[in-house]
Design a protein around this ligand. Sequence first.
Ligand SMILES: Nc1ncnc2c1ncn2[C@@H]1O[C@H](COP(=O)(O)OP(=O)(O)OP(=O)(O)O)[C@@H](O)[C@H]1O
Length: 212
Amino acid sequence: MFSINQLVFKDIINVRKLEIESGKIYCLFGESGSGKSTLLKMFNSMLTPDQGKITYKDESIADLDPIQLRREVVMLGQDPIVFEGTVRDNLLIGLQFAAKEVVANQVLTELLKELHLAKDLDEEADKLSGGEQQRLAFGRVLLMDAEVYLMDEPTSALDENTETVIMDLFTKKVRNAGKTAIMVTHSKGIAEKYSDEIIYMTDILMKEGTLS
Ligand SMILES: Nc1ncnc2c1ncn2[C@@H]1O[C@H](COP(=O)(O)OP(=O)(O)OP(=O)(O)O)[C@@H](O)[C@H]1O
């Protein structure tokens, strides 16, 4: 699905080779400041490498329209984005961006239930707590039915029980649909429980001066 070759970004990322296979869930694991978020942002062109190449479905990402790419390769960032408007508006805005059809209120209500988000669709989203907003953003991304999900510490604002609910839901949906996910996490437990493969930053980052 993705292939990385000789990738360099400033003095942060220096990866000789990395393959991401379709239909798998990956966790990017490493210490704070090791470049996990930076690397994640390169998979949907939010950051452009200084050197090297990333391909997506055998095409160089540099040659793809970033808007089109981000419709398929969706990012849920570290801080959830909440748009002005209601819970419904916030769920539907991702579909609008992905140029997909609006879904019925019943589907949205069902999704809120699955996310353990006891809120009305008409409620103003900016009134939600940090953890609720994170689950709302999660819902928005799940509705987009993407090819690839890039998740940057998607459960950082959640308590342990809610984190389990959300991770169970997310990984079940990704697996049932045969989609791909790359997830940044600080939690070894989450990485071991939910991913098919753990990518250790220490394993993929080259030491200075060793890139040929
Ligand atoms: N665009 C940029 N230009 C220069 N330096 C950057 C840029 N983006 C990130 N950095 C720096 O690169 C390093 C890695 O940052 P990054 O956010 O990728 O780490 P991380 O592994 O995700 O960390 P954390 O687990 O704390 O979120 C940090 O020192 C950061 O300040």
